[in-house]
Design a protein. Structure first.
Length: 160
């Protein structure tokens, strides 16, 4: 038994269950709009009436004008411990394979070093060759550049 008005238009449904559901929704909305007593309604109609009542209420007020400033102040006030622990975890994940790789390289050199290490020694320049002085100059320049960059980073970090 559904309450239907002459003005109502029921769309065509291919499924009887969908049509019953649609009629229950429309009936509940109509009963809520007319403010009829909900005592005789079943649980489904009460839920639909509550939904209709909620949809008719005005939207809550907008966010405060200084919402972004308040949120930024809250975020800045407390350090993010999760980001720090995440960085430590990522560092551990990076350090573990690097350590395994270094140990494996040491084992390979210990086991097979006698076979191929002498061939690398022949690639090195003799101590009195002119290329030795250039290689030492290059190593000195690279080391000095690295130390200067490290010193500048430390000086900037202490300034702030």
């Amino acid at each position: 038994m559904s309450i239907q008005h002459i003005d109502d238009h029921t769309p065509p449904f291919g499924d009887a269950a969908q049509e019953r559901e649609w009629l229950a929704q429309e009936n509940a909305m109509r009963r809520e709009r007319l403010q009829l007593d909900p005592a005789g309604d079943d649980a489904r109609s009460r839920r639909y009436r509550l939904l209709a009542r909620t949809l008719r209420e005005p939207l809550p007020d907008a966010l405060p004008a200084d919402f972004a400033r308040q949120l930024a102040a809250q975020v800045a006030a407390r350090p993010d411990r999760r980001a720090a622990s995440g960085a430590r975890f990522e560092f551990a994940l990076m350090l573990a394979p690097a350590t395994v790789l270094a140990v494996a390289a040491g084992v390979v050199v210990a086991i097979y070093g006698d076979a191929w290490l002498p061939s690398f020694v022949t690639l090195l320049p003799t101590p009195h060759a002119p290329t030795t002085r250039w290689l030492l100059a290059l190593a000195g320049c690279l080391g000095a550049s690295w130390l200067l960059g490290l010193w500048q980073r430390l000086a900037r970090a202490q300034a702030f």
